[in-house]
Design a binder for this molecule. Structure first.
Ligand SMILES: Nc1ncnc2c1ncn2[C@@H]1O[C@H](COP(=O)(O)OP(=O)(O)O)[C@@H](O)[C@H]1O
Ligand SMILES: [Mg+2]
Length: 375
């Protein structure tokens, strides 16, 4: 196992800048997930770490060693790709043991190692089959098994679950978590799926257009996104964004949004850092409550008209037209509501996010110790 470090890494393909100014450290044994929309530079970052692409600038190290000039084979990493990359003409056993056979390890040693990993991954009964006779999930497990058998310093995984159906993806996600808990190998995992990122990562690195936006634990990313991009990308359904204006009433900072005024003393915004009174208010769907659920009376209310109702089982996503805006809220199941009905919403004003409308950066919060008691 080893720590990984990117220092000032850039990657250009001709005029295309795929990765810019990347500074990122992955602790020894950590499961780091890189997430972002398609084309943001995730695979390029992974391929530079694997040695399949050379950085245009900057340094990459694995453990104490700068690896920029080290060949992929000598980096001691194992890669699992989305398309598995199994040898089609070899059996599962031969696919799993390939690396060890090339290194001429003793036959009996190989047999034991393969049997052990096959058992861990539920492949014991499939060792004589060829990849064509396996399901997608089974092929994926063989690819993971092959990586495990290399006992590398670092696992690199590029969207390894994307080809699987939804049920299998959830199952394999659990398997990968358990595997990491047991083996503890440093893992660099790439996905476009924010739920996969949230459920697998010790920490998550969010990228956009070649640039790292934020690296943090899943909870911190969700509760304290540094900008509107991260706020909108992490969390489903997505955070609501509303144009708002900062005012000061009786010496207290307030936010005018739609037709209401929110007292933001309770969120202790560092309003000194505001560049303009124009801001964007962000509020997650679970912090917009239906008045029937008896939210605290102090929460400000808004009336609106139900537009879309999406029951998803344990809860219902309800889109409500409020004045000129649309708000998505999480309601309980079996609301009995119909489109066109009037509803009253209550906002948890302690849970709001405020962004600079120009820069889209979050307005910083003061430390918790500075919080005034909320009323
Ligand atoms: N070999 C290449 N030649 C030219 N452009 C490339 C090459 N590889 C990737 N790119 C470009 O770099 C950007 C990042 O690509 P990639 O790292 O594959 O994104 P992601 O994996 O996040 O979807 C994209 O604009 C892509 O078109
Ligand atoms: Mg990719």
């Amino acid at each position: 196992m080893a720590a990984v470090r990117f220092r000032g890494v850039h990657k250009r393909f001709g005029l295309v800048s795929a990765v810019e100014e990347l500074d990122l450290e992955i602790d020894d044994g950590e499961f780091l997930v890189v997430v972002g929309p398609s084309g943001c530079g995730k695979s390029t970052t992974l391929r530079m770490l694997a040695g399949l692409e050379r950085p245009s600038n900057g340094l990459i190290s694995i453990g104490d060693r700068v690896v920029n000039l080290v060949s992929p084979k000598s980096r001691d990493v194992a890669v699992v790709f989305q398309n598995y990359a199994l040898y089609p003409h070899m059996t599962v056993y031969d696919n799993l043991s390939f690396g060890m056979r090339i290194r001429h390890e003793p036959r009996e040693h190989i047999r034991r190692q393969v049997a052990d990993v096959a058992q861990q991954l539920g492949l014991s009964a499939l060792l004589d089959r060829k990849p064509a006779a396996l399901s997608g999930g089974e092929r994926q497990r063989v690819a993971v098994g092959r990586a495990l058998l290399r006992r590398p310093q670092v696992f690199l995984m590029d969207e390894p679950l994307s080809n699987l159906d939804a049920t299998l993806r959830v199952h394999m996600r659990g398997e990968l978590s358990r595997l990491h808990a047991r083996v503890g190998t440093t893992t660099f995992y790439v996905t476009h799926d924010q739920i996969e990122a949230m459920t697998l990562g010790d920490r998550i690195a969010v990228m956009r257009a070649g640039r790292l936006q934020q690296v943090a634990s899943p909870e911190t990313l969700y509760d304290e996104p540094v900008n509107m991009f991260v706020a909108g990308f992490i969390g489903a359904p997505r955070m609501n964004f509303l144009p708002a204006r900062v005012t000061v009433t009786d010496g207290r900072p307030c936010l005018d949004v739609l037709s209401i005024r929110l007292d933001v003393t309770g969120v202790a915004l560092d309003s000194a850092s505001l560049r303009s009174e124009r801001v964007v208010l962000g509020i997650r769907p679970e912090d917009v409550r239906w008045s029937r659920e008896a939210p605290p009376p102090s929460w400000p209310r808004l009336r609106g008209v139900v537009e879309i109702i999406e029951p998803v089982g344990a809860e219902t996503y309800v889109t409500v037209q409020v004045e000129y805006a649309r708000l998505l809220a999480r309601f309980p199941p079996r609301t009995g509501l119909r489109p066109g009905e009037q509803v009253e919403l209550a906002l948890d004003q302690t849970r709001i996010h405020v962004f600079d409308a120009e820069t889209e950066q979050a307005v910083p919060r003061l430390p918790a110790s500075a919080l005034a008691p909320s009323q």
